[in-house]
Design a protein around this ligand. Structure first.
Ligand SMILES: *[C@@H]1O[C@H](CO)[C@@H](O)[C@H](O)[C@H]1NC(C)=O
Ligand SMILES: *[C@@H]1O[C@H](CO)[C@@H](O)[C@H](O)[C@H]1NC(C)=O
Ligand SMILES: *[C@@H]1O[C@H](CO)[C@@H](O)[C@H](O)[C@H]1NC(C)=O
Length: 373
């Protein structure tokens, strides 16, 4: 989950607005001289207030009562019960961001009695049902179970059976399916797909170093045969604090998941590897599962080889044979990469799904069985 680019652009936008907003104060002395000055200053003030971005420190600034009224009878209110991982964030304007109109996403619990849906992030309740709403739920209100961790890191599901009405996760078959990323058809397919200059071989960015993880075991084996540059909390500093800038200089990226589960394919593939134009070497669910989400020739799977020595030999072969190497980028002529934006995209997807299923009742009673399958 890498939300930093969005945050960066927001703060630079507010910085560039500052001079315009200070202008009225500097012009105050002219007021006495020029009658028309007053009008100009009012205009600048109005423009400044219209353009100031919502401060991330005021999570409910956009979701206050008014848009609810404006949304009218078809408006949908989604109540976020806890900010994921306790990190307060501004609520999204789904119409502006995703062209999903009539949504009110709020974290203000006084909206509970009238909310169409309550969005519950699994990690923030941890199977403790007294952290769920305690007062009676309105008949049509839907509780949504939201989780983006793998089953290995998702505990106590058995305590939540029969409480929720919808599921939202990266797993296919979720009522609200929000993968970490996906390929979307390019609107204007490019004729050529230039790649960044690649002088280096294999990169890996890892923050959670755990000797018990399959990926760390595989790393120790693979690095006996091929050099691997490790970045992140467990390695070197990223170039310019950017995964894409760092990894773009490499031919291959180790998109290795912290645990291996069906459909659990994270930003390590979509953002770290594909958006950096590095060929992903994946370790996660089986190849057949990856092929549900991207073309078979867009990645290398560790299971394609009898062992690390064979994989290393293949990487070296590709590095010496540009024609074979470039075949891994055939997808670029048809697709672009979309990386899910935590959490605005998720909240707005929830709103759209709640509206679409307004007349559909359901109780999730096989959460543990389904999610761990
Ligand atoms: C929550 O909503 C109530 C009722 O609309 C309002 O009085 C209150 O100020 C809101 N709280 C916050 C923190 O925005
Ligand atoms: C469960 O959540 C409630 C309400 O937040 C809290 O008071 C209680 O200590 C929690 N129980 C456990 C076992 O964490
Ligand atoms: C949601 O789940 C609850 C708890 O099982 C159930 O009582 C309620 O009828 C369900 N509501 C809808 C709209 O599906």
């Amino acid at each position: 989950m890498d939300a930093s680019p969005a945050r960066g652009s927001r703060s630079s936008a507010s910085r560039s607005l500052e001079p315009a907003c200070r202008a009225p104060a500097m012009k105050v002395s002219y007021l006495r001289v020029f009658a028309g000055g007053l009008l100009a200053i009012l205009l600048v003030l109005v423009l400044c207030f219209r353009q100031l971005p919502t401060s991330p420190a005021e999570p409910n600034a956009r979701a206050g009562g008014d848009p609810g009224e404006a949304a009218g009878a078809r408006g949908v209110t989604v109540l976020l019960w806890y900010h994921p991982f306790g990190a307060r964030r501004a609520m999204p304007d789904c119409a502006a961001l995703y062209a999903i109109p009539g949504c009110i996403v709020t974290a203000n619990r006084s909206a509970y009695p009238r909310a169409d849906a309550v969005l519950v992030h699994h990690r923030d309740i941890r199977g403790n049902v007294s952290r769920l709403p305690q007062s009676a739920r309105r008949g049509a209100q839907k509780w949504i179970w939201m989780n983006f961790e793998s089953p290995t890191h998702t505990k106590h599901l058995e305590r939540l059976e029969g409480l929720f009405n919808m599921t939202m996760s990266y797993k296919l078959g979720s009522d609200i399916f929000v993968p970490y990323g996906y390929l979307e058809r390019a609107r204007a397919p490019p004729r050529r797909v230039p790649l960044p200059t690649k002088r280096r071989l294999v990169a890996w960015v890892v923050s959670n170093w755990n000797e018990a993880h399959a990926r760390v075991v595989f790393y120790w084996n693979l690095r006996r045969y091929v050099p691997i540059d490790v970045y992140g909390r467990a390695g070197a500093e990223l170039v310019g604090d950017s995964v894409v800038r760092t990894v773009s200089a490499y031919k291959f990226y180790l998109a290795w998941e912290n645990s291996q589960h069906t459909d659990y394919i994270t930003e390590k593939l979509w953002h770290n590897a594909l958006q950096s134009s590095a060929v992903p070497v994946v370790l996660g669910p089986p190849r057949s599962n990856y092929e549900k989400f991207l073309p078979a020739d867009a990645f290398i799977h560790v299971d394609d080889f009898s062992g690390p020595a064979q994989l290393a030999a293949y990487l070296r072969f590709l590095a010496r044979n540009p024609r074979s190497y470039l075949r891994y980028f055939a997808w670029k002529r048809r697709y672009t990469v979309h990386v899910a934006s935590f959490w605005h995209e998720h909240y707005c997807a929830a709103c759209a799904a709640v509206r679409a299923s307004a007349r559909h009742a359901k109780v999730v009673s096989d959460l543990a069985l389904w999610f761990h399958a």
